[in-house]
Design a protein around this ligand. Structure first.
Ligand code: ADP
Ligand code: MG
Length: 603
């Protein structure tokens, strides 16, 4: 017979490859065990990225001597009492983690259950010691030395200590987000890396991990549907990031990387964020355990929903609702950034003898810093306002609007006082001032009007007296013509016009004859090319509407009188999502009088 049964240690080493592929994965299993054991405090100490030593101490339930002996065996678990894989209430359920870790490392467990004695066991590359009496308070301490020493191949594939530790920290942060009532501390090579006290406020825990900015600029999410519930926090659209890495998703207390949910987040923010920018969110989905399969991934990082459409609907509608409700707000980071830029552009002229070098290179002036680059227009505005020859560049509205009365000021965006550089409206509010980017704001207003029209009846069109003939390459033409009917609905009537040309018969009336039609059609062709095929009609539709809105809005450089400016402010206040333009840039910045006074050292 050529077939033989593999020895137990080898089986465990093979399994270990799946369950614990790197130190952070092993640690995740151990910390999950502590959470399952009802710990209130979990202390984690790591040496050299987890490669040489990881120690996890908890004050949970602990184990008896017999339980301890069984715990390190494969497929031994206390967590699946009725053998029902469809009813998983704990983080663990396979009874594999301790056996896998023990198979590839030097493991020592000390434990004591309530009212019992303390015991310890050691396992080296799968070889178990006797159970011995030990000394330990109630709870469990697990020491993992020389992880993967027994499987040199795996050891070779580990990344640098720093990289492994980053993965460990991320793992702990994710667990800590989901369990705010558990205290976590993490040290690396003796240096404290995380210290999270118990809190009853989930937002406080998130802010402790994701930063104060997230705490201040995240909207509460709370929605229920058919036994499913979604809670957590979603960042305002103007608090965006360059990667989707700051989207934390949890299903029944488990951090998951789920394409379905990430897709939902993207869809919900689609309208308020430029592609390439990503919102920050921490979302906790609670699902009846029999309607989700958590046993589909070795590291339990993925789940399968029985009814994905229900989940999708719940998440998208909850997020969209929240974004709309707060659509007028911009993140406080926007004004903090503005103030930061003003302060630092002022500092180079401070006497250097004060001992402080200028905080920022002069290039910051020109909006060249990475922080301000994210807000192209804003940075430009600031740099222009603070360039050296103020009088020459300052241009006030010929006849300054009269000082506002109380009623005018009481609007959220205040009363318009001046237009500067023919694009920025300065308005006065009771507590400070508002600076509005008129182009960005108008773009959003036109876009929202387009959407409302489409929802109602299709966009109103305006026929052209002489059709506009547009020459373009055959690919773009055929791309556009495949969607002819969609465009017709948007008020854009297009026909083929011989070789290499299109004729435009009508344009959306909202564009009001102002738009450069040729450029608009070319931009739309680019949109389509970028999008690929047209499965997601809605996504494409909004993209096109957004492009049209951009063409139809007041360009920067148009002068407005006081009434026009105030009308724009009032319309912004009633328009959904007007806190950001279609690309997610803020449309206005609010500076409080307090902050302004601080700038001038008056406080
Ligand atoms: P699982 O978590 O899937 O049950 P593990 O191999 O991770 O499998 O753990 C095996 C068993 O050991 C657990 O079911 C639990 O009873 C016990 N155990 C592990 N870690 C702890 C701990 N920190 N405190 C108390 N019991 C623990
Ligand atoms: Mg476990």
């Amino acid at each position: 017979m050529r077939i033989r049964y593999l020895p137990e240690t080898l089986i465990n080493q093979i399994a270990a490859g799946e369950v614990v592929e790197r130190p952070s994965a092993a640690l995740k299993e151990l910390v999950e065990n502590s959470i399952d054991a009802g710990a209130a405090q979990i202390q984690i100490d790591i040496q050299s990225g987890g490669k040489s030593l990881m120690v996890i101490s908890d004050d949970g339930d602990g184990m008896s001597a017999q339980e301890l002996a069984a715990a390190v065996d494969r497929h031994a678990t206390s967590k699946l009492p009725d053998d029902d894989l469809l009813n998983i209430k704990n983080l663990g359920f396979r009874g594999e983690a301790l056996a896998s870790i023990a198979a590839v490392s030097r493991l020592k467990i000390q434990t004591r259950e309530k009212g019992g004695e303390a015991y310890e066991i050691t396992v080296e590359a799968g070889r178990k010691s006797e159970i011995k009496p030990s000394s330990h308070p109630r709870g469990t301490r697990i020491e993992v030395r020389d992880l993967f020493y027994a499987t040199p191949a795996r050891l070779k594939f580990l990344k640098t200590e720093r990289a492994e530790f980053m993965a460990i920290k991320d793992t702990i942060q994710r667990l800590a987000m989901a369990y705010p009532h558990v205290a976590f501390s993490l040290t690396h090579d003796g240096t404290k890396s995380l210290n999270l006290p118990v809190t009853l406020d989930p937002k406080a825990r998130l802010a402790a991990i994701l930063g104060r900015e997230f705490g201040e600029n995240a909207i509460d999410i709370n929605a229920q549907r058919e036994g499913f519930s979604l809670s957590g926090f979603a960042g305002l659209p103007t608090l965006h990031r360059g990667t989707a890495q700051y989207q934390y998703l949890f299903v029944n207390g488990r951090s998951v990387k789920d394409k379905l949910i990430t897709g939902c987040v993207r869809a919900a923010y689609m309208d308020v964020l430029h592609r390439g920018r990503h919102p920050m969110v921490a979302l906790f989905l609670t699902v009846p355990s029999e309607l989700v399969d958590v046993n589909v991934h070795p590291a339990k990082a993925e789940v399968r929903f029985q009814d994905p459409a229900l989940v999708r609907g719940l998440i998208i509608s909850a997020l969209k609702h929240a974004i709309h409700e707060h659509g007028f707000e911009t993140s406080s980071t926007v004004s903090t950034q503005a103030l930061g830029a003003m302060r630092s552009s002022y500092s180079p002229s401070l006497p250097l003898s004060r001992g402080s070098a200028p905080a920022v290179q002069p290039s910051y002036y020109r909006g060249g810093s990475p922080a301000s680059a994210a807000y192209g227009n804003l940075a430009e505005a600031q740099s222009m306002m603070y360039e050296p020859e103020p009088t020459a560049r300052y241009e006030q509205y010929e006849e300054a609007p009269p000082a506002p009365n109380e009623e005018q000021q009481s609007y959220p965006l205040g009363a318009a006082r001046a237009q500067i550089h023919e694009n920025y409206i300065v308005a006065q509010t009771p507590e400070g001032m508002v600076l509005v980017d008129q182009h960005a704001a108008h773009e959003r207003l036109v876009y929202e009007r387009f959407k409302a029209q489409v929802a109602e009846s299709g966009v109103e069109k305006q026929g052209l007296l002489t059709p506009e003939i547009i020459e373009m390459d055959e690919d773009s033409i055929s791309n556009i013509l495949t969607h002819q009917s969609v465009f017709a609905k948007l008020g854009l009537e297009l026909e083929p016009f011989g070789q290499g040309a299109l004729s435009v018969q009508s344009v959306p009336a909202l564009l009001g004859g102002k738009a450069d039609i040729k450029k608009l059609i070319h931009d739309i062709a680019d949109d389509i090319a970028e999008h690929g095929n047209a499965d997601m009609l809605e996504e494409k539709l909004n993209e096109i509407l957004s492009t049209m809105a951009c063409h139809g809005s007041v360009r920067s450089g148009r002068r407005m009188n006081g009434d026009e400016m105030n009308a724009l402010l009032r319309e912004m206040e009633k328009t959904p999502l007007s806190g950001q333009c279609n690309h997610g840039r803020p449309t206005y910045i609010h500076l409080s009088l307090k902050e302004i006074e601080k700038l001038f050292g008056r406080r």
